[in-house]
Each structure stands twice: as C-alpha cells, then as structure tokens.
Design a protein around this ligand. Structure first.
Ligand code: ADP
Ligand code: ZN
Length: 213
C-alpha cells in the first residue's frame, strides 16, 4: 500500500502514519523528520534550512525533493508519506518521480481539522529528541518530558511556538490545501474528520484499509 497523509499541521498525521506503518507494514516517511535530521547532524543542507524550519516556513522544493527521493528510491514495499507533497509543484515533481520509478499511488488520506483544534493541539505537543515519537494533549508520555519508548528527553519543537504555528497554518491554507483538489481529480482522495480523538480515527482507518487493500 502506497499512500499520502494530507492535512494541516497538528492534525495527528505523524501518529496516524505510525499507526499505519505498525498495522500494515508501510514505511513511514516524514519529510519534516528527514529535514530535522539534516539539521541535527549538521549536513550542508541542514545548515541551510535550520532557520527556515524554526520559523515554520517551507524549505525549497529542490531540497524537499532531494531528501524525499533518496528515501523513496531505497524502498521496496509500501510507504506512507507524511508532510509531502506540500504544494502543487511538489505534487507534480512527485508524479514524475513515481512514473520514473514505476510506482503507483493507492490513496491520499485527507485528515481534515479546524484551525482551533490544530492550535490547541500544537501548543501542547512534545517530541522525543531520539526516536521522534510525538506526545500531545490526548497522548501524553507517562512521565512529563521523558519518552515512554526510549527514555530520551521530549521537547517542544521551535516551530510549535505560537508565532510559528500561525505561519504554518497560513501556509497550509494557501499552499497545501489546493492538493485536495489535485488528488481528488485523480480519484485518489479520501477525507476523514481529524477533529476527533485517535481512538475514533484509528478504527475508521482500519476499515478503509480493509476495503482498499
Ligand atoms: P507539520 O506537518 O506538523 O507542520 P512537519 O514535521 O511535517 O510538521 O514539518 C516541519 C517543517 O519541515 C515544515 O514546517 C517545513 O518547514 C518543513 N517541511 C516538511 N516537509 C516539507 C516539504 N514537503 N516541503 C517543504 N518544507 C517541508
Ligand atoms: Zn523516544
């Protein structure tokens, strides 16, 4: 199964993608994590994009494609893409890459959430510095500031601070949201309500997968 999870920041795309990975064996690819990793290990790309990431702006399409294609080309089975594509241009470039690699997409899952819900969630979100697991309002770690899975520190991301959240939402509506029509025209889009808790969302996703697979 090869799919894209589309939706505003803070809608649980990461957690939903990890669920799909665990349950259905598609590899979770988060361009946000790939980019943050470049920053963490201080590659030349990482040095260029650190400031952009912290402000909540998008990195260039060239850089996004670069980190993504490296990853996609090394995959054998399915994948679940989280945070990519982020604009129409990336979606077109991605189409070309898929054709070249003889890969076909099965599904684009739109997780639709209201801005109010998104802002509330992002402001209470923490991420493990090591395994990147996300904790939030509804799924806090057992001990504050410590990851349940690996015991490392959990932190509030620079781009989850209020000013950056506003910026990311603005970009989402202006730049990413048009992808809904783009994939809808390709008959790949399926929309679910992301305002609900994950306990409600997970069973629905399982049902959807049983139908599509
Ligand atoms: P969220 O979806 O919650 O905003 P991500 O972890 O997906 O968080 O992305 C974090 C940041 O990484 C984005 O704000 C942006 O700066 C950068 N980024 C991630 N994916 C892309 C992409 N496809 N194109 C450009 N920038 C990206
Ligand atoms: Zn961890």
């Amino acid at each position: 199964m090869k799919l894209i999870v589309l939706g505003p920041p803070g809608t649980g795309k990461g957690t939903i993608s990890r669920f799909i990975e665990a349950k259905f064996g598609c590899e979770h690819i988060s361009t946000g994590d790939l980019l943050r990793n470049e920053v963490a290990i201080k590659t030349s790309i990482g040095k260029k994009i650190r400031y952009i990431l912290n402000k909540g702006k998008l990195v260039s399409n060239e850089i996004a494609m670069q980190v993504l294609s490296k990853k996609i080309c090394s995959l054998k089975d399915g994948f679940v893409l989280d945070g990519f594509p982020r604009n129409i241009e990336q979606a077109r470039l991605f189409d070309e890459l898929l054709i070249k690699q003889k890969i076909s997409l099965d599904l684009v899952l739109e997780v639709d959430s209201d801005d109010k819900v998104v802002i509330e969630r992002l402001s209470s979100r923490r991420q493990c510095v090591n395994c990147k697991r996300i904790y939030g309002h509804h799924v806090p770690s057992k001990k504050v500031g410590v990851c349940d899975d690996c015991g490392s520190k959990t932190i509030i991301r620079e781009d989850d601070k209020p000013k950056a959240i506003k910026q990311r939402l603005k970009i989402y509506h202006e730049t990413t949201k048009p992808l809904v029509d783009f994939y809808s025209n390709k008959k790949l889009l399926l929309k679910i309500n992301g305002n609900r808790t994950l306990e409600k969302i997970f069973p629905q996703i399982e049902k959807i997968f049983k139908k599509v697979v």
